[in-house]
Design a protein around this ligand. Structure first.
Ligand SMILES: [Fe+2]
Length: 334
C-alpha cells in the first residue's frame, strides 16, 4: 500500500513537472483591464502593455509564442503601446525582438519603452552551480592543512547555495552568475523601429497635455533616477510611470503617479494553491502583488504584468499574457 502511494505521488510530481515546463509556457492570453485615472486623464485611450518577452535563441516555445502574437497583435487597435523591459533573455534574441516589433499594430500616439535587467545581463543557473562545483573541485586535496582547504571550499559552496535559497525564500532581489547582454545593439534596434526609450526621461503624451509618460531605468542592472526622470514634469499633470521593476513604483511621490506599468515578476511563474506566487523578486513588492492591478501604493495605482516569457523555464497557474488597458472616465466619488 505504502509503495503504491509513493508511486502515485511520484507520478503526480512528474506530471506537474512536465506541465510546468511545457503546459502553459507556449500559451499567450490576451487579458483586458479597465483603469480610471484621477481627473479622468486619458479617458477613452487604449494601451497595449507588453512585458518580459525574454527572447533568446530559437526554440519550440518561442516559436509557439510568436505564432500566437502573429494571430493576436495585428487585430488590435491600441492608441499607445508600452514595453516595460526584458525584451532579451540573451543576445541571440535580437532577431526575434525585430520580428516581434514588426508585428506591432499601428499606435497613433506612439510606442514607448524602458529596459529591464535581462536587457543588460543574462543570468544562468547552470553557470552558478558550475561555479560552486568548480570552487569545490579546484580546492587542493590532501592531508592535514590541505584537507582543511577542501572542507573550507565545500562549506563556502554550501553557503552560496543556501544564501541564494534564503534570498528566494525571503522574496529578495536576485543577481547571480551574470554575463552582459548587448543593450547598445538593442537600443539601436528599438530606435530604428521608432520605439521611444524613456531612459530616466519624461514626455507628454502627444495630443494629451494633461498626461505625461515617465520612464525609469532598471533597478538591478541599470542606473534608475526617478528625480531626473520626473524633473521636467509639470505639477498639474497626471503621470503614467514605466518601470521594469515594480519596486520603483513604491518610490514615486505620493499622489504623483496616476498609474505605474511594470513587469519583472512574471506573475511569480509558479502560483501554488493557497500559498500563491513562490517568488516575485520584489523586495518592496509583496508576494500577493505578483501580478494584476493594485491601488494600495502611496504614489498611486500599479499594474504588474505576468509577462510574455520567463527566465527559469517553468510556469504553473500563471500563463504568459498580452495586456490591453482601457482608460475609463474618473470614478464618481460617493
Ligand atoms: Fe523578466
Amino acid at each position: 500500500m505504502k509503495g503504491k502511494l509513493a508511486g502515485l505521488a511520484g507520478l503526480a510530481g512528474a506530471a506537474a513537472f512536465v506541465y510546468a515546463w511545457a503546459g502553459e509556457r507556449p500559451q499567450m492570453r490576451l487579458d483586458r483591464y479597465t483603469v480610471a485615472l484621477p481627473d479622468g486623464a486619458g479617458a477613452g485611450l487604449q494601451i497595449l502593455h507588453l512585458a518580459d518577452q525574454h527572447l533568446g535563441s530559437d526554440n519550440w516555445v518561442q516559436r509557439r509564442r510568436m505564432n500566437h502574437l502573429q494571430r493576436i497583435l495585428p487585430g488590435l487597435k491600441p492608441d499607445l503601446i508600452i514595453f516595460t523591459g526584458d525584451f532579451l533573455h540573451n543576445d541571440a534574441g535580437l532577431g526575434a525582438v525585430e520580428r516581434m516589433v514588426r508585428l506591432l499594430p499601428p499606435a497613433r500616439l506612439g510606442v514607448f519603452a524602458v529596459l529591464g535587467n535581462h536587457d543588460y545581463a543574462e543570468y544562468s543557473w547552470r553557470q552558478f552551480f558550475a561555479g560552486v562545483w568548480h570552487g569545490v573541485v579546484a580546492a587542493p586535496d590532501g592531508d592535514g592543512g590541505m584537507q582543511r582547504q577542501r572542507l573550507v571550499a565545500i562549506a563556502e559552496g554550501m553557503r552560496e547555495v543556501v544564501g541564494l535559497g534564503l534570498r528566494i525564500l525571503r522574496n529578495e532581489r536576485l543577481r547571480f552568475a551574470r554575463s552582459p547582454n548587448d543593450s547598445r545593439e538593442l537600443r539601436a534596434l528599438l530606435e530604428l523601429y521608432d520605439v521611444c526609450l524613456l531612459d530616466n526621461a519624461a514626455a507628454p503624451l502627444p495630443g494629451h497635455p494633461d498626461l505625461w509618460l515617465v520612464g525609469v531605468d532598471d533597478l538591478i542592472e541599470g542606473a534608475p533616477d526617478l528625480a531626473q526622470a520626473w524633473a521636467a514634469v509639470p505639477k498639474s499633470v497626471q503621470v503614467l510611470l514605466l518601470t521594469h521593476h515594480p519596486d520603483l513604483a513604491y518610490e514615486a511621490q505620493p499622489g504623483r503617479m496616476a498609474l505605474a506599468l511594470a513587469g519583472h515578476t512574471h506573475g511569480g511563474q509558479v502560483v501554488l494553491p493557497w500559498l500563491g506566487a513562490i517568488h516575485t523578486q520584489g523586495t518592496r513588492l509583496p508576494r500577493r502583488h505578483a501580478a494584476g492591478l493594485f491601488d494600495d501604493l502611496p504614489g498611486g495605482q500599479l499594474f504588474v504584468s505576468r509577462g510574455m516569457g520567463e527566465s527559469t523555464p517553468f510556469r504553473f497557474r500563471c500563463p504568459p499574457q498580452v495586456v490591453l488597458i482601457d482608460l475609463a472616465p474618473a470614478r464618481a466619488m460617493g
